[in-house]
Ligand binder design. Sequence first.
Ligand code: GLV
Ligand code: GLV
Length: 364
Amino acid sequence: MQIKTINPSASKRILCTKSLPGDRWISLLTEAGFSLDIVTEERVPSKSELLELVGDSCYAVIGQLSETWDEECVRKLGAAGCKVYANYAVGYNNVDTACAKELGIAVCNTPGVLTHTTAEMGVALTFAAARRVAEGDKFMREGKFSGWLPRLLRGNLLYRKTLGLIGAGRIGSSYARMMVMGHQMNCLYASPSPKLPMENQLREFHRFMGNSSAFVTHVENIDTLLKESDVIALFPTLNPTTVHLINAPRLALCKSDAVLINMSRGQVIDEKALVEHLKTHPRFLCGLDVYEQEPDLAPGLSELPNVVLAAHTGSASYEARENMATLCALNIIGVSREYPPFSGDSMDPFLADSPPLFTPSVVA
Ligand code: GLV
Ligand code: GLV
């Protein structure tokens, strides 16, 4: 593959499998004495290409969620003397973290810097689905608009309806704040444990607004949430308990005109079952940013009018994508200097001129 090399005389080599936005990450790494091999091709490398790119000597890798760093690839990293694998993403289900841990390779990710960006995209998809924005756009471009009509492209009002949030980590709770405070929605949420700070903040908001019948409630059972919610928003991490969390029996529990949003990983939804559900429930609306077999879509999905499809661009703001690169660089520098893992919540200090002497985020 085509590679651009920076600072080739430095002894410790870093492989970056894509060209990343911004240049702060490059100056941080070169000033810290690393050489950089940056793949300049805009396509996903095959497994054999990945193994070849790692080569015989590689201190660290900045990799992508579109690459599968399975046991064979991680063992190749170990053999090349790799000490850090920095994923350019918050999710790291693409990495065999157990194998990395066994080989003493730190696995790092980029939380915090993409939280609001991703939550905002979730809001965008929610309203795009609820108000049929993509359908309208297609309708206009096809020249079908013959003037204002009382029934044309009606969608769902979300004001004071019920949000069902599944997964209330940083991104999910940021989305819940935007939806509840922006649109005075009730909130049912499912997460492994209650998130009291979020819950109290949202309840306080409703009190302040005088919404005496509004509720914000943690639920143990997602079936209850599915039955009662007008918007169902998926933000869980992908793990064995969340694979196909939304399947045919669970879709059957949802309101027939619910809006379903997935900002997590495609495997959280049984996509074939979703296609069937969308076909048989034309008032059911859906916004997807992620797919079960990326970059492929389940057969029939792209023909359905009641789903809005985004191209896994949740974190794709100019700001977030540069800050993710900075965090990858600081993760590598932090591990190489044996800085302790950061325990604070906000990553903002790492974006300042003098980042703290911590490793921003080590996940394994
Ligand atoms: C994107 O999906 C990410 O995990 O950052
Ligand atoms: C990611 O930052 C999350 O916890 O949602």
